[in-house]
Design a protein around this ligand. Structure first.
Ligand code: ATP
Length: 306
């Protein structure tokens, strides 16, 4: 009986694991809105990382042939630096992060990481190198611990807690009825947008990628939550190459370079103080955002700037 039981038991275990993994992959695909059309090229090689440098060279892209979304975008993120993209809604900010993950191939120009065109490397190695905190984090129907540990399978409870502390979410987690064992997701405790983003930041801290993409939530957060997320992001992305897709200028003031994207073109670039001194699109945005309860999406006249 034991001889029969063990293999059956093992098969049951494998079945559960595979089912779990498939559910997770499904959730991840939903999470990352991953379109299926991009495939590894024959002979694609794993990405070889050195410092984690990103280059966009004359990138042109449209989701369909009729409408260009990015019309020649050039920028460079030196290793360990932070570049933030700002601009009006629909200007193509999130598209830049999708292209860096190679969910789509560019129509013109190229994207290089540490000198390698991302079309020439395997997608597995590319996505392993990048950690993304998306606008809307979808949590798995499992415990908070599982949701964070997902960033690095096999992570110890201590590692998970350390990541949660860095992401400024630990105190909140221990205040939950079952602490790290609390079930979250659609069928568990519903977390707020800010809490979910901090769980995603903790997950990404555990993954320890060479490149970070932080796609800031569009939804308005109260100023306390906003500060908590900014603190956690700053701690986590310190000395890591980071691309921030920002909706609030308060998130970008410390960035090494800010790109102002409007209608698929970079219309201004530089550090916060330089952009203010230029007194152009960014400075106008800044002045408007000093008024409470406003962000880019409340500014229809911005589309005419630049
Ligand atoms: P927001 O600030 O509102 O997040 P954004 O600057 O990040 O906007 P993107 O999400 O990059 O803008 O979208 C740029 C344009 O591309 C938008 O007009 C959008 O409607 C379009 N777009 C985005 N995703 C797709 C898609 N999968 N298929 C077709 N068009 C898309």
């Amino acid at each position: 009986v034991i001889q029969l039981y063990l293999p059956l038991n093992f098969l049951g275990f494998v079945y559960r694991e595979v089912k779990h993994a498939l559910a997770d992959i499904e959730a991840m695909l939903g999470l990352l809105a991953c379109p299926p059309e991009v495939e590894d090229r024959p002979g694609a090689r794993p990405l070889v990382l050195s410092g984690g440098e990103v280059r966009f060279e004359a990138v042109r892209f449209g989701y369909d042939a009729e409408r260009g979304i990015l019309n020649g975008v050039d920028f460079h993120i030196p290793p360990g630096h932070t570049v933030a993209v700002v601009g009006p809604s629909g200007g193509g900010k999130s598209t830049i992060s999708r292209l860096l993950m190679r969910f789509y191939d560019v129509d013109g120009g190229g994207i290089l990481i540490d000198g390698q065109d991302i079309r020439q490397v395997t997608q597995g190695s590319l996505r392993a190198a990048i950690g993304i905190v998306p606008q809307d984090t979808v949590l798995f129907n499992d415990t908070v611990r599982y949701n964070i540990a997902y960033g690095r399978p096999g992570a110890s409870a201590d590692d998970v807690e350390r990541a949660a502390r860095l992401a400024r979410i630990h105190d909140f987690i221990v205040s939950l009825p079952q602490g790290y064992g609390t079930r979250v997701g659609e069928r568990g405790l519903k977390l707020s947008g800010g809490e979910k983003q901090r769980v995603a930041i903790a997950r990404t801290i555990l993954k320890a990628p060479s490149l970070w993409i932080f796609d800031e939530a569009t939804s308005a957060l109260d100023s306390h939550t906003e500060r908590e997320i900014q603190d956690s992001l700053r701690a986590a992305s310190h000395n890591r190459t980071t691309l921030i897709v920002a909706h609030r200028l308060s998130t970008v003031v410390d960035a090494d370079e800010i790109l102002v994207l409007d209608q698929g073109r970079i219309v201004e670039r530089g550090h916060h103080s330089r952009l203010l001194a230029m007194d152009g699109v960014y400075a106008a945005l800044w002045r408007r955002q000093q008024r409470p309860e406003q962000d880019f999406d409340d500014l229809p006249e911005l589309a005419q700037c630049g």
